[in-house]
Design a protein around this ligand. Structure first.
Ligand code: GLU
Length: 316
C-alpha cells in the first residue's frame, strides 16, 4: 500500500500536511468483464468517504484471479477480486498453487456468483462440452481464474489441452473478436452475467452457450464445497434462447493480512452502508443481498471485514 502525504503547500511557508491519504489499488480483470466494473463500484463507494477516511481507491485491469492473488502476495496490490475456487487453492497451496500457499490471503466479501461459460460460434458444430475435442478453443491466460476452472472441468470430463486443435491463451477481452473472425470456435470464461464481453460476441456473430453438466460435473459439486450449480439466463444474450446450466463460484473480494484492519473495515463498511446504491451499479448483482456477501467466502475473513459485518448485525 502506498502511503502518500497529501497537503496544501503554501508559498513561502512550511508545508503542513493537511492529512495523510492512503492509496489502495484493487486488481480486477479484463475491461469488458464484471471484475473491472466491480472494482470501480467498490472504489466509488470508498472514495465517497475520502474526506473522513482518507483512503483513495483505484482499480487496475489485470489477467484475473490467479494474477490478483499472486500480486497481493507480492505486496503490489492491496485488494483483488478472485474466484472462490482460486482463493481456496491459493490459500491451501493446492492445484496450481501446489507448494506455494498464500497463507496471508484473506476474504473480505463474496460479492456475486460467476459461472463457467462456454461461448461458441453457432456454426462450430459444438453442442455439448465434449464436442470441443478437435476444435479451436480459447482457454484464457495462465493468470486467469477462467484457465484454472476450465482445466479442472476439462480434466473432470476426461479432456486435455492436447485434445483441442488449438488451445489458445488469449485474454478474455480479446476472445469475442477472435470468435467473430473465425480464429477460434469457442472460448471459456468464468463470468458474472450479464457481461459486456459476451454481449460483444453475441452482437457480432451468431453464438450459443453450451451446458456444463453431467455426472462428472455432479462429482465436482460433491467433492468441492466452493462449486455450486447455476444457470445462465437465456434472456441475457442475443440469439441464445435457452437457459444454460453450468458450474458456479463466487467472485470474492480478497486482501492480505498485511493490510491494516482500519483500511479493510472502511472498504467493507463503505459497501454495506451504501448497499442499495452499490447493487444498482451492475446487473450481475441482481440477486445479491447483504447476507449473501458471506456465502462462499472459501477462505478466512480479514478482521477488518469481520468487524464491519458484526457492526451491521450480519455476523455474530
Ligand atoms: N473470473 C475471471 C477470472 O478470474 C474474471 C472475470 C471478470 O473479469 O469479470 O479469470
Amino acid at each position: 500500500m502506498k502511503s502518500k502525504i497529501v497537503g496544501l503547500a503554501l508559498a513561502g511557508s512550511l508545508a503542513i500536511p493537511a492529512f495523510s491519504a492512503q492509496f489502495i489499488t484493487i486488481g480486477t480483470g479484463g475491461v469488458t468483464g464484471v471484475y473491472y466494473p466491480t472494482g470501480g463500484a467498490i472504489c466509488r463507494m470508498v472514495n465517497k468517504l475520502r474526506k473522513t477516511a482518507h483512503i483513495r481507491c483505484s482499480v487496475e485491469s489485470t489477467g484475473g484471479s490467479v494474477y490478483n492473488v499472486n500480486t497481493i502476495k507480492a505486496g503490489e496490490l492491496d485488494f483483488g477480486i478472485s474466484q472462490s475456487d482460486t482463493a481456496y487453492q491459493a490459500y491451501h497451496g493446492i492445484g496450481k498453487f501446489k507448494g506455494k500457499p498464500i497463507k496471508e490471503l484473506r476474504s473480505v466479501m463474496a460479492i456475486y456468483p460467476e459461472l463457467l461459460t462456454l461461448v461458441v460460434r453457432k456454426d462450430s458444430g459444438i453442442k455439448k462440452l465434449t464436442d470441443i475435442k478437435g476444435k479451436r478453443i480459447n482457454i484464457d491466460t495462465p493468470g486467469s481464474g477462467t484457465r484454472m476452472t476450465t482445466e479442472i472441468v476439462m480434466h473432470a470430463v476426461g479432456l486435455k489441452d492436447s485434445d483441442l486443435a488449438l488451445a489458445d491463451e488469449m485474454k478474455s477481452s480479446e476472445a469475442p473478436s477472435l470468435l467473430k473472425d473465425n480464429k477460434i470456435d469457442g472460448y471459456f470464461a468464468v463470468f458474472g452475467h450479464p457481461t459486456a464481453n459476451i454481449k460483444d460476441a453475441a452482437n457480432s456473430v451468431a453464438i450459443d452457450l453450451i451446458p456444463i453438466k453431467g455426472p462428472a460435473i455432479q462429482k465436482l459439486f460433491k467433492k468441492y464445497p466452493y462449486y455450486a450449480p447455476g444457470v445462465i439466463s437465456g434472456a441475457f444474450y442475443k440469439g441464445v434462447n435457452h437457459d444454460t446450466p453450468s458450474i458456479g463460484v463466487k467472485a470474492v473480494l480478497v486482501t492480505s493480512t498485511k493490510i491494516p484492519e482500519k483500511v479493510v473495515y472502511t472498504v467493507t463498511k463503505a459497501i454495506l452502508d451504501n448497499f442499495a446504491a452499490f447493487k444498482k451499479l451492475h446487473p450481475a448483482y441482481k440477486t445479491i443481498t447483504k447476507k449473501s456477501l458471506l456465502d462462499g467466502l472459501s477462505i478466512p475473513q480479514h478482521p477488518g471485514a469481520i468487524k464491519a459485518f458484526k457492526e451491521a448485525g450480519l455476523l455474530k
